[in-house]
Design a protein. Sequence first.
Length: 372
Amino acid sequence: MSSTPTRPRAAVVGTGSIVTGSHLPALRAHSDRIELRAAVDVDPPRLAAFRAEAAATGMDVEGYTDFDAMLDEVRPDLVLIGTPPSLHRSQTVAALKAGAWVLCEKPLCLSLAEYDEIAAAEETSGTYASVVFQHRYGSGAVHARELIAGGELGAPRVAHCQTTWHRDSAYYAVPWRGRWESEGGGPTMGHGIHQFDLLLHLLGDWTEVRAMAARLVHATESEDVSTALVRFGNGALATVVNSVLSPDEVSRIRVDCADATVELTHLYGHSNGDWVYTPAPHVDSGRVDAWRTHAADVPSSHAAQLGVLLDAYERGVRPPGSGSDARRTLEFAAALYKSAFTGQPVLAGEIAAGDPYYQAMHGSHPDWSPQR
């Protein structure tokens, strides 16, 4: 008689809106592959509400107000982290040291120095930490990346990456928002990072950044708008805009290749229909039909990313969105800040130990360092 395989044990840390609205549905979608066993939150009423919501769909979730106690008692195989950014590094390292894999909300940490601390913990533990970049995992993004990487659209030449959102003063009334030590930056780190991560995922390694940033409206330590010019290793040039000042909100990526333009327009998530391919005049219709063919319509979501992570877990291999792959995106953010604050171009690999922008995104710049 064969026995039913034991599902990996999962725990969520933080039971606010991102965990309740995104991680819990993802865990439900994969309930045949993973079991949610525990939830951690320092707010007992919020924790109780989360456990009740999970129970309504048949999930019996243990509640903890102490993260370390949960790690000791539950010994989870996967920890999903949805706490404020300043807690991500310490909670990720603790989970790795306890033998768990990690899926953490962006940003995974607040500096390259913190990222390298996480990488060291991975090396010691043999487990992996992935950052939530769910826009990579929709079928439209997977298809576009395959077409670009395979040369089907011709050489990438010009790209635009736009995150133009709107956040009012009430949004920044939350104490940890808009502060370097608790959020790590402004819309570059907290909003636009999803889109420029997808841009890097589509186009590969960047080599140079020239940027500007400003506080135009909000009384924050960090910026409320940033822009960048980017050079990629394949020769393509791109613009990147990250804003929380834009009444007409949109997220957009456009890549002009030799044979086609591929464009994605959405706000907080995309499906196949949000991707548009426009052929160059010399391209025949047969090629165009192949570009627009998808095996299935899988919207970008936490569930889509969790499925890919579980595939890696079952094979015992490093998951996408971790290691040097995820570090490249964080390094891009650090380079954008360094270029914006110093007025100088920044090259890939330039920000290393000893560079002030390795330790913190503000680089202790006198006009941008934390207010005391």
